[in-house]
Design a protein around this ligand. Structure first.
Ligand SMILES: Nc1ncnc2c1ncn2[C@@H]1O[C@H](COP(=O)(O)OP(=O)(O)OP(=O)(O)O)[C@@H](O)[C@H]1O
Ligand SMILES: [Mg+2]
Length: 242
């Protein structure tokens, strides 16, 4: 059994269907990367998995247990953490407070465990420790991305989902973020990243390509890197641009 199983998932907005019944699985311990053009349905997918959109039909299972009908906090508690598109840190709150808020679904676990997890986040992102009292809204884009990922880790997820990990970051900083995410993965967290930067491919055990609400490629990252399909399918036919 795979850790994450998505089966014939359909959802959308109001009467507008977006996901046309997608199916894929992610194995425990792997990093899956989802590519796709703007509007393909990547954010809709991770938001549906995080319980931010209702599942119209089909199912999402974590470790064999259906998440259908659970609200977002219950899904976080079940073990899926999301660093959302646009980062969405609380701008008027400090780095430390943002992190503490990320642990609220584990309140019963107590302050000691939250402090331990904060220490772990600071090991991954030393920059956040240097800036722990700074207001999140005054941080650079890259620092806010680190904070958004750090906040998602605070719930100690089994699956960390990151929507647009490198958007707006310099190539160098994007690589740094990918390396830290790879370390988080090595430490035992399964990772699902939505990404437009092909520089992430070396870190991808599994690659998915999404087009118009369907999954058109599901295979190994290495195969995709070699196949040239990435250019053709993900970057699109050059004639589309004219
Ligand atoms: N809140 C919404 N209300 C109505 N339609 C929406 C809403 N959010 C997204 N959509 C539509 O759903 C489709 C998929 O959008 P989605 O944000 O999932 O794409 P994406 O693959 O994440 O794109 P991008 O790479 O630009 O982030 C698009 O056609 C979009 O216009
Ligand atoms: Mg998106």
């Amino acid at each position: 059994m795979s850790l994450l199983e998505v089966e014939e998932l359909r959802t959308g907005y109001g009467a507008l269907p977006v996901l046309q019944g997608i199916s894929f699985s992610v194995e425990e311990g792997q990093t899956a990367v989802m590519f796709g053009l703007n509007g393909a349905g990547k954010t809709t997918t991770v938001n549906a998995l995080a319980g931010l959109l209702p599942i119209w039909s089909g199912d999402v299972r974590l470790d064999g247990k259906s998440l259908k009908g659970l609200d977002a906090p219950k899904i976080v508690a079940a073990g899926i953490g999301l660093s959302p598109e646009g980062r969405r840190v609380f701008p008027a709150l400090s780095v430390l407070t943002n992190l503490r808020l990320g642990a609220w679904t584990r309140k019963s676990a107590g302050r000691k465990q939250a402090d331990d997890t904060i220490a772990r986040v600071f090991e991954y992102f030393p920059r956040l420790e240097e800036r722990k009292d700074q207001l999140a809204g005054t941080m650079s884009g890259g620092e806010q991305q680190m904070l958004a990922i750090g906040r998602a880790i605070m719930s100690r997820p089994r699956i960390l989902m990151i929507d647009e990990a490198s958007l707006g970051l310099s190539p160098k900083l994007a690589q740094t973020v990918f390396q830290v995410v790879s370390q988080i993965n090595d430490d035992g967290t399964t990772v699902v990243i939505v990404e437009q930067n092909v520089g992430v491919l070396p870190y991808a055990d599994q690659a998915l390509i999404m087009e118009k609400g369907t999954i058109t490629y599901d295979g190994s990252g290495a195969d995709l890197e070699k196949s040239g399909d990435l250019r053709k399918t993900y970057l699109g036919d050059a004639s589309d641009l004219h």
